[in-house]
Write a protein that binds this ligand. Structure first.
Ligand SMILES: Nc1nc2c(ncn2[C@@H]2O[C@H](COP(=O)(O)OP(=O)(O)OP(=O)(O)O)[C@@H](O)[C@H]2O)c(=O)[nH]1
Length: 307
């Protein structure tokens, strides 16, 4: 291969909620750039992770879990997913190896079949949670599903993002599918999401830990202000961050705040540690819980919350 054959392009991971898309993005980039959670549907913004290699630049677009619209928010997410898929070079569908292929996977793969132009890859994720026999059967099922609905997988790759297993191979295979093209982002850029969005996502992630049922869908975070505190010595900077956690109902506010504010304090501590790790600056984090009544169904509120 000649050295001027540089490749660049966009890859989008899709899959049902919790399929491991965010974890895989982080594993490929080699650093945490998108939040992960064991709650479905936590990814709401399209954050790109960027893999820099001498021969290629691989830009990962992390789409929200594709699902049938339930609320207005759901419809917007689906619009976003459809738009994203038409614009990328490769769509990689994630099928968790520790679970059978179900109606959700079938729905997504069928949607995928409609995006004709884009190369499709299948990824069997979370292989550390399955036996070799299960993985083998899973790969055959993925192939059969493709044949049934008319999707011709360019590759079917089993990986474990958690163990780092086959991640390098996946990177090579994805690069091979990219068109020739120049470097699109400067060296060192890992994502083009604004810092406020990353910070809001980290707060949301901390708030979701330990929550059950419907509440995860009801939490939104907006960073209201983020600036370096004045009058600090240059070698001891402090970043002041003010963020609002929005919930839909009074009862949910109580859950987030917890007895005597204990849960909110805990959210703040955990989020702060992650933000410091991301930005490399000491942080003072001020969190407030607010009610935005039924925000998921209200277009005005959705806009205000950044959707
Ligand atoms: N054991 C194991 N767990 C994994 C692996 N990849 C992801 N997980 C876990 O699966 C859960 C979901 O992972 P995410 O990466 O957030 O999934 P997602 O597809 O981005 O989820 P949504 O944002 O809901 O669409 C988290 O608890 C992860 O820790 C893996 O390779 N092995």
């Amino acid at each position: 291969m000649s050295t001027d054959e540089h490749k660049s392009g966009f890859v989008s991971f899709v899959g049902r909620p919790n399929a491991g898309k965010s974890t895989l993005t982080n594993a490929l980039v080699g650093q945490k750039v998108v939040i992960t959670s064991d709650k479905p549907q936590t990814t709401r913004t399209v954050v790109r992770g960027i893999v820099h290699r001498p021969d290629a630049q691989l830009i990962l677009v992390d789409t929200p879990g594709l699902h049938r619209p339930r609320t207005l928010l759901g419809e917007r997410l689906n619009d976003l997913v459809a738009t994203t898929l038409g614009e990328v070079d490769v769509v990689a569908v994630c099928f968790p190896a520790n679970e059978k292929i179900g109606p959700g996977d079938r729905f997504i793969a069928t949607e995928m079949a409609k995006v004709k132009r884009t190369t499709k890859v299948a990824i069997a994720t979370k292989t550390d949670l399955a036996t070799p026999e299960q993985i083998g059967k899973h790969l055959l099922n993925i192939q059969a599903l493709g044949a049934e609905i008319g999707v011709d997988w360019a590759e079917i790759v089993p990986v474990s993002a958690k163990e780092g297993d086959q991640i390098a191979l996946l990177q090579d295979l994805l690069v091979a599918l990219l068109p020739e093209g120049p470097q699109l982002y400067p060296d060192g850029d890992l994502t083009d999401a604004p810092e406020e969005i990353l910070v809001a996502e980290l707060v949301r992630e901390a708030a979701l830990e330990g929550l059950r049922d419907e509440l995860p869908h009801s939490v939104a975070v907006v960073v209201e202000e983020m600036r370096l505190r004045e009058d600090r010595p240059e070698d001891k900077p402090l970043l002041d961050i003010h963020a609002n956690l929005y919930v839909e109902r009074d009862s949910q506010k109580g859950i987030i705040i917890g007895p005597k504010g204990a849960r909110l304090r805990d959210i703040g501590t955990r989020a702060r540690q992650q933000i410091v790790a991301l930005l490399g600056t000491p942080v003072y984090l001020d969190l407030h819980v607010k009610i935005a009544k039924d925000w998921q169904r209200d277009p005005r509120q959705l806009r205000k919350l950044g959707f």
